[in-house]
Design a protein around this ligand. Structure first.
Ligand SMILES: C#C[C@@H]1N[C@@H](C)[C@@H](O)[C@H]1O
Length: 438
């Protein structure tokens, strides 16, 4: 291993209470909202075929048109309490909210730029309303912050000249100042979700990213920052030159889910996911496939079964309303969570051999394993193969604890649980009570 000045400062998971809370969330919400929401991926009847929040980078979008659009940003229907209540009903336990996306528009009245909500017709501090409303509902708030800032003239993609470096020094101070004001003005914030950190300018600033992260954590003890923030002194991101994660959790699972436990390398992690195939900000047209509630529940179960959390993105319209599909998904997912969240909240990887019917989860220190069943075979026989030295005492539906299901022992320590082979409209949970033994 190399001796690194600005590599990971910790090997393995954080062991403090704040990170234990994060580890147990299970289900979260992401919200992308900003000037890009005014366009919804469309300009003059033409649709941008990229992610809607990147529309400023579209060749058909004149920068002047985009950069003056904030003068129309006036979300008359915005009601942070309604947003938070919808999220509460869905059963999410943390939310990540865009304070500033790549376009540089600040949804809080930053002192360090005029390109903020304070200078829009709406004027009021949106970040504060969101932080207060979600915190009031008992949902922890994390603030999304894009380092890359297309609006700031000192932003650089790379540092090639002395002028680049002088500009980027100003930009790094601007970034530190904005992050300081976010943590000081919104102290309920539990963490920062960084984005826009992939360019050479940032990769060449490893020492700065290390110092800045330590500064932020001193300013805000317990702060949680993922692996998308830092670079080591060789420009490595997420993992340093020794392959050790630089961050409190692996933050690379964007629109993808690990296939096996080996893929997560023993780290904490979460997956952030869009409902349509791509696109985080409001899109007038959802192009291609968009996910059903059952698909979203399966992704949630899959993430929790591999020791992570699942975070679903919502892209409100510029007026502050959600599209009907998003409202329906939040309601349906919430209805399922109301009955089955025991198998999601504070649950983790079991180490049991994965079976085709679905996913195992378990709570730390509980002699129970949860089976979240998505695919009942035509035989109606669900095979289970407990981990070594684990016996299954009994099995029952989470919704019918008094009625044991039949367990038929097979060879090699496996068993069948026989259930009806038809009639399921949504996933269901079977509880296995376990004990040590062989
Ligand atoms: C690329 C990219 C960004 N990362 C996602 C979380 C969205 O913010 C998208 O614009």
């Amino acid at each position: 291993t190399k001796v690194l000045q600005h590599g990971a400062h910790r090997v393995g998971k954080r062991t403090d209470a704040e990170m234990a809370t994060w580890r147990g969330y299970g289900l979260g919400q992401f919200i992308h909202w900003g000037v890009y929401s005014l366009f919804g991926g469309e300009l003059n009847g033409n649709y941008y075929n990229g992610a809607a929040e990147w529309i400023r980078s579209w060749k058909d979008m004149p920068h002047g048109v985009y950069d003056s659009a904030y003068k129309q940003f006036n979300p008359a229907s915005f009601n942070a309490t309604q947003w938070a209540k919808m999220a509460k009903q869905m059963g999410v336990r943390y939310v990540t909210f865009t304070t500033k996306h790549h376009d540089g528009f600040c949804l809080w009245p930053s002192k360090y730029t005029d390109y903020t909500i304070a200078n829009s017709p709406y004027k009021k501090d949106i970040v504060k309303q969101v932080v207060d409303a979600y915190s009031k509902e008992g949902i922890d708030v994390y603030l999304y912050f894009s380092v890359m800032d297309w609006h700031n003239p000192d932003w650089r993609y790379d540092l090639k000249t002395k002028e680049d470096s002088a500009a980027f020094e100003r930009f790094k101070l601007f970034t530190k100042n904005q992050l300081t004001e976010l943590l000081q003005q919104y102290p309920q914030t539990k963490g920062l979700w960084f984005d826009g950190t992939w360019d050479n300018s940032w990769k060449k600033s490893g020492a700065f990213t290390d110092t800045l992260e330590q500064y932020l954590k001193t300013l805000h003890p317990g702060l949680i920052i993922g692996s998308r923030f830092r670079a080591d002194e060789f420009g490595n991101r997420h993992v340093d030159a020794n392959g050790v994660l630089m961050g409190d959790y692996e933050q690379g699972w964007e629109r993808k889910i690990p296939k096996t436990y080996a893929d997560v390398h023993g780290n904490d992690w979460d997956c952030v996911m869009t409902i349509p195939e791509n696109g985080w900000g409001y899109q007038k047209k959802w192009l291609g496939h968009w996910k059903s509630t059952n698909e979203i529940l399966e992704m949630t179960a899959q993430c929790v079964s591999l020791g992570g959390n699942f975070v679903l993105n919502f892209g409100p319209r510029a007026d502050g309303t959600f599209r009907p599909e998003e409202v329906t998904i939040a309601k349906e997912a919430g209805d399922w969570m109301k009955i089955n969240s025991a198998a999601i909240y504070n649950c983790e990887y079991t180490g049991w051999e994965k079976q085709d019917w679905g996913y195992y989860t378990k709570k730390t220190g509980e002699n129970k394993v949860y089976m979240i069943v998505f695919n009942v075979p035509v035989s109606g026989s669900l095979k289970i193969k407990p981990a070594k030295n684990t016996l299954v005492d009994k099995a029952y539906l989470l919704t019918a604890p008094g009625k044991n299901l039949s367990l038929e022992k097979l060879d090699y320590g496996a068993s069948f649980i026989h259930v009806s082979s038809t009639g399921y409209k949504q996933p269901f949970v079977i509880v296995l009570e376990t004990k040590e033994g062989s």
